[in-house]
Design a binder for this molecule. Structure first.
Ligand code: FES
Length: 111
């Protein structure tokens, strides 16, 4: 959830106007461009692009992504702008954000 300061002086109504530069947020996920709606969580933005797993378990390398969606299970951890162990279901997308998963490239868990 964003604060009034994060939304800017125009507030949420200004951000929701069609044609506004705030209509989409562009970021990167493992070096690939990713767009989302302002206010979306990283997890929902990834799921909307068909990316359902972005890390794997230490034991068995099983794929993990969103599970509870409310910040309890910690299955959705990823790295955001260099900060490790961020919960994708709780962190809101921001322009220019660099997101990294932790799956090994050949484990087959990424969409
Ligand atoms: S999906 Fe459970 S903590 Fe994010």
């Amino acid at each position: 959830m964003s604060t009034k300061a994060q939304r800017g002086a125009g507030g949420p109504a200004a951000a929701e106007q069609p044609g506004s530069p705030q209509e989409t947020v562009t970021m990167s996920f493992d070096g690939r461009p990713l767009t989302a709606a302002p206010g979306q969580s990283i997890g929902s933005a990834l799921a909307a692009q068909g990316i359902v797993a972005w890390r794997s378990t230490r034991k068995g390398a099983r794929p993990r992504g969103l599970f509870c969606g409310i910040g309890i299970c910690f299955d959705c951890l990823l790295t955001v702008d260099g900060a490790t162990n961020q919960r994708a279901c709780l962190v809101e997308v921001c322009e220019g954000m660099q997101i990294e998963g932790s799956c090994t490239p050949d484990d087959g868990s990424r969409a």
